[in-house]
Design a protein around this ligand. Structure first.
Ligand code: AP5
Length: 209
């Protein structure tokens, strides 16, 4: 099954995807994670996109579409995938339509107030990408990853100015995709306010498409 996770920054897409991939046995492909891995590795792509990510703007469509095309061509996507953070513009959605058939688009719905709380409290383990929250999902020892013992970091784009910009970019460029997919008939709204486990159970009941 090919699934797209759509929704504003901080709605919990990455957290739910980490659980959902175990239920479905398909890879979780996050464009944000791929960009961050490239930045960490100092690749040419990473150097090109570093300041764009830190500001909260979108990477140009042609760069992102090419990267996703390459990723979806890998063998591990043969029985499906969870695509998280792509598409984010109508141009990307049209390009994805030309690449593959999408069975379900899960639209994460959460209030702006809750989004801001989630993003400002998010902490990450840089090497594994494991996601925490200082209130709702804290590590066992403050500021330290439970498994690797590494210090946790805050993403550059989780600083207040970048959060504001990401929410504006979402409304202007990504929210129109809700109508795009609703018209196609494969959009499912997901209330992302309960716990991640409850959200995954609700999704598993819904995805019979
Ligand atoms: P990306 O990494 O995709 O960021 P995003 O969409 O803004 O999403 P986030 O990762 O911020 O949030 P999330 O919904 O995954 O929430 P999470 O699970 O972490 O993209 C980053 C950047 O890359 C973009 O700004 C852009 O520059 C570039 N980019 C990426 N894709 C692109 C594309 N297609 N085109 C162009 N540019 C692109 O949860 C957030 C917090 O909430 C965590 O602390 C978590 O612990 C907590 N939490 C999660 N779920 C719950 C819950 N149910 N209850 C309580 N707390 C929860």
């Amino acid at each position: 099954m090919n699934i797209v996770l759509l929704g504003p920054p901080g709605a919990g897409k990455g957290t739910v995807a980490a659980l959902l991939k175990k239920e479905l046995g398909v890879p979780h492909i996050s464009t944000g994670d791929i960009f961050r891995e490239n930045i960490k590795g100092g690749t040419e792509l990473g150097r090109k996109v570093e300041t764009i990510l830190a500001s909260g703007a979108l990477v140009p469509d042609e760069v992102t579409i090419e990267m996703v095309k390459d990723r979806l061509a890998k063998d591990d996507t043969a029985s499906g995938y969870i695509l998280d953070g792509f598409p984010r513009t109508i141009g990307q959605a049209e390009a994805l339509d030309a690449m593959d058939t999408i069975d379900c688009v899960l639209n994460f719905v959460l209030s702006s107030e809750e989004i801001i709380k989630r993003l400002s409290g998010r902490r990450l383990c840089k090497s594994t990408g494991r996601i925490y929250h200082i209130v709702s999902n804290p590590p066992k020892v403050e500021g330290i990853d439970d498994e690797t013992g590494e210090p946790l970091i805050q993403r550059d784009d989780d600083k207040p100015e970048a959060i504001k910009h990401r929410l504006e970019v979402y409304e202007a460029q990504t929210a129109p995709l809700i109508d795009y997919y609703r018209k196609k008939g494969n959009l499912i709204d997901v209330d992302s306010s309960p716990s991640p486990e409850t959200i995954v159970k609700a999704i598993m009941k819904e995805i019979k498409c």
